[in-house]
Write a protein that binds this ligand. Sequence first.
Ligand code: XMP
Length: 519
Amino acid sequence: MAQQHDRILILDFGSQVTQLIARRLREAGVYCEIWPFNAAPESRIAAFAPRGIILSGGPASTTEAQSPRAPDHVFTLGLPVLGICYGQQAMCLQLGGSVEGHDHREFGRAFVDVVEDSALTQGVWAKGAREQVWMSHGDRVTRLPDGFRTVATSDGAPYAITADEARRFFGVQFHPEVVHTPHGAALLRNFAHAICGCRGDWTMAAYRAEMVEKIRRQVGKGRVVCGLSGGVDSSVAAVLLHEAIGDQLTCIYVDHGLMRANESEQVVATFRDRFNIRLVHRDASDLFLGQLSGITDPEAKRKVIGRLFIEVFEEEQAKLGGADFLAQGTLYPDVIESVSATGGPSVTIKSHHNVGGLPAGMRMQLVEPLRELFKDEVRILGRELDIPEAIVGRHPFPGPGLAIRIPGEVTREKADLLRRVDTVFLEEIRGAGLYDAIWQAFAVLLPVRTVGVMGDGRTYDQACALRAVTSTDGMTAEFYPFDMGFLGRVANRIVNEVRGVNRVTYDITSKPPGTIEWE
Ligand code: XMP
């Protein structure tokens, strides 16, 4: 579907930040895809028809035998190429230059001196300027291939920016895709727009119209079911599908009774009443809470919830008389083929359950209308579709819900208590205007009772923990540095307003070594 849009191909050498290159290009209105460096035969590239190619950074050293190289045809297609960090080094080496390891390694903030003008820096950095960048390299280019010249230098990299303008090949030793290179996004925009000639025609308004057509073509007169969770992805997928196929879509909302306060009501009000989407709301809280009874192990809880969710979903789906398609809110980061740095299997820290992950074993075809989008694009599309900000801007919420915020056995009473604590915390966060600055904030009900004193009396009630973190993708996180006055106010309100809780703690663990959720 994105066939009509000008596009750029990113070949990945395994850098931690390759996805950021794609995000910066998308922000500049340019469609792009990330492929592993070794999965780009000439015929596949020709079919994709990019206007330019970017070679990402990567963890290897070009000085090692067997280290990755770009396919040679990348340099003979007549397309502009931008090599970033490892990508620059591989390009220089492959075109006849040389790269060496060096004692002067640069990690983190560094400065480059711009010594020449170039199409890459045009309108962004002037000749003679000294500019901040973010570096992460040990090796560096030591001799340029024929045709290249130096555009900028740094203390650790004599060839911090290089250019062969005749062939439209450019290299940067630093990472323009990270925010710590303040003008990096503008450099990438220059590459995409000025050098590759992309028009910037990738917008969510265009996506919406094209995707509606595409869904209609795929689904025909078939019937579609969509699991709704109240989160951003399934909500946007549902509204987009509804716009395309109206009543051929039925959403199923399996309510496990472990949502936040008022969220189930809000889901029903938004999708059934406001958007007029056919919605089955199945209150399965008795079933879920019944089967969770006596279970304390976090993985066991997750497994029970995941299994029940699928059972209930299938039951509701069967009551509808079946469907031809299952809609899933799969996002682009879920489908990018990864370049494994180690090649080894990774350890399961938590077995995730989410609505988007219903097994395709249900013998329905999949409709995945968000498959080409990053999370921030899904939010923009959601606003485009007039989905309320309370849903589009909502913090992530785990599929197993409050069950993994109640260490120990989960009961209805504990879930109710936790909802009340959580509500106070979030009210205060919203009131202080901090909601959007935080990735996720929530309360955890601890399986601990502590002694307190209220008025003249002794209390012996439960303790809770508050958790708030900043993050960009949930993979790493830092605790949010509230001021102490704010935390004191929240604690005071919780202990005074929520009978049954008499102590409040704040979790200051980062991820790693902690995780965001407690279980
Ligand atoms: P952790 O706790 O692993 O969480 O640091 C990282 C992010 O994932 C969310 N999370 C889940 N999301 N199903 C989901 O859809 C799950 O089973 C699940 N477990 C954790 C968590 O809230 C955080 O945003």
